[in-house]
Design a protein around this ligand. Structure first.
Ligand code: SAM
Ligand code: SF4
Length: 507
């Protein structure tokens, strides 16, 4: 048990005015549990003629990049006919191509501490778990991690992860983000001693106050992610002790509202699949997206769907009644893609390589690689070893290197994008919603994807991956000539300068 809890910090975490601000007059929220259960129980959708017509109508709405209503989502979730599921999967793939083309954005997770005052029953880092060693990285240790992530592997994007603890509060977050952005890592094996840096820091951390979120915004946050874990209130209560800050369902449910209020217009939502019925969680995610779109004109930039993984001394993960099978997981991803067609979708290295390979075409847009979630585990600081369950939140299913993942994606015809230009040029929030819906963002990002892929191939790829990647680049350049003729000359100028060693050119 960690004995350094700070009682005052705990009770002061949640200011009542900020907690209540977005609730309805009757204290209600946008997750009507009973209605969702009713919609899911309505009826099974078989392959009968009327059902086919209705499901195909819904699919065409998704293909027009319109967000589905909860009723339409429930219909898709209740489809029992395998041929209709095939049609839905094929539409998911088409939507991904139309909105995001063949780009897959890559990133790495970086855990900055293993301290946490919460006690989520499914998590290896829960405060009562004595089997996990605790620590927090110093700024020098953070820089050491970046030396490996940016200088040896070639990552440009991170999602940094903090537990909820006074020692990793907002001041620590801001100073670690600054240390990450400021680190110039020497590129391993580069003849000229060139440096590389992390260009985008996304944050996955506990819900915060508007003031704290404004500070994160000032520190240059990319996406702010908070996963609701489960949208089902009764289950939420049973897995998050009410005496902890995380026990407050509404504080978490409205984190993204406060983030947008604080000026962060790039937000990521998610649910932890395996706590409750997977269909209910999909309905929760879709209602959350609709709520953000309706209230702020900004939907979630990304949706995550982690599944429960084994964690040290954490029996709950094997005992849950709602473990999601691979088949149902596939269905969940398909329906999320169809219901919120503009959103980025993140599939992480929690899942094993084979499953990731089979799910990527269902509309995945982001994935991590070379991931190492132990504290100090990239640079092996503080005695860290690779995949040590006693030093991390859970155990990863896919520990392949970034080079291996890029190679595999290239063989599948995908280009790995290291582009981070969107938020640096203000292409976020409301401004990006229209370009995503019309497919314009895909064209724009492809220019940056090709340039950043060239950078990475030259600085970090193995000879085999480089050869495969170059074949993709040749094809992409031919397509860009036709699809973006106006920007093509400037693109070629940036591309040749990049190939000659210039770095960080973008549109
Ligand atoms: N401490 C932060 C919080 O709770 O908001 C986030 C840390 S963690 C990187 C992010 C997510 O990992 C959690 O929100 C949860 O969904 C997921 N997670 C926790 N335990 C897990 C487990 N045993 N298997 C898979 N994912 C898990
Ligand atoms: Fe802490 Fe997050 Fe783990 Fe819960 S999921 S115990 S809040 S690190």
């Amino acid at each position: 048990m960690q004995n350094d809890n700070n009682g005052l910090w705990l009770t002061d975490r949640i200011p009542p005015d900020q907690l209540n601000k977005y609730l309805g007059a009757d204290g209600g929220d946008f997750i009507p549990d009973a209605l969702i259960e009713r919609q899911l129980q309505d009826r099974n959708i078989t392959g009968g003629a009327a059902d086919k017509i209705r499901v195909r109508e819904i699919i065409s709405k998704s293909l027009a990049i319109e967000t589905l209503t909860p009723e339409e989502t429930a219909i898709l979730l209740n489809v029992c006919d395998t041929a209709l599921w095939d049609e839905m999967e094929s539409a998911a793939n088409t939507i991904k191509k139309n909105v995001y083309d063949n780009r897959i954005v890559t990133f790495a997770p970086l855990y900055l501490s293993t301290l946490c005052i919460n006690n989520c029953v499914y998590c290896g880092l829960r405060s009562c778990n004595d089997s996990v060693s605790r620590g927090i990285l110093t700024l020098d240790e953070v820089r050491d991690e970046i030396d490996v992530l940016a200088g040896q592997i070639g990552h440009k994007r991170l999602v940094v992860v903090y537990g909820e603890h006074p020692k990793s509060g907002i001041d620590y977050m801001v100073s670690t983000m600054k240390a990450i952005y400021d680190t110039k890592a020497v590129i391993k094996n580069h003849p000229g001693g060139a440096t590389a840096s992390i260009r985008r820091v996304n944050v996955n951390a506990a819900p915060m106050t508007v003031e704290e979120l404004a500070a994160l915004n000032g520190a240059g946050i990319g996406t702010y992610q908070v996963f609701q874990e489960t949208y089902h209130k009764k289950t939420y209560k049973s897995v998050h002790p009410p005496s902890t800050p995380k026990g407050n369902y509404h504080w978490r449910l409205y984190s993204m509202h406060r983030a947008i209020e604080a000026g962060i217009d790039d937000v990521g939502i998610g649910a932890l699949f395996g706590l409750y019925d997977w269909k209910f969680e999909v309905m929760g995610l879709v209602r959350h997206a609709i709520e953000l779109e309706t209230r702020f004109g900004i939907g979630p930039h990304t949706i995550s769907f982690p599944r429960l993984e084994p964690a040290e001394n954490t029996p709950f993960v094997n005992e849950s009644r709602h473990i999601v099978s691979d088949g149902d997981f596939r269905k969940a991803i398909t329906v999320i893609r169809l219901s919120v067609p503009y959103a980025g979708m993140i599939l992480t290295a929690r899942e094993n390589a084979e499953l990731r390979r089979s799910l990527i075409n269902l509309g995945i847009t982001q994935t991590d690689a070379s991931s190492n979630i132990g504290l100090g585990a990239y640079n092996r600081a503080k005695g860290a070893k690779f995949q040590e369950s006693t030093r991390q939140q859970f155990v990863l299913g896919d520990t392949r290197s970034l080079d291996d993942v890029v190679k595999e994606l290239a063989l599948m015809g995908c280009i790995t994008s290291f582009c981070t230009a969107g938020y640096r040029c203000g292409r976020t929030g409301e401004c990006i919603m229209d370009s995503l819906r019309t497919g314009a963002e895909g064209k724009f990002c492809k220019l940056n994807a090709v340039i950043t892929f060239r950078e990475w191939l030259d600085d970090f790829a193995s000879p085999e991956t480089k050869a495969l990647g170059e074949k993709i680049i040749i094809k992409e350049i031919e397509e860009l000539k036709v699809k973006v003729p106006k920007a093509f000359d400037t693109f070629m100028d940036y591309y040749s300068r990049t190939a000659s060693g210039e770095r960080d050119l973008y549109f």
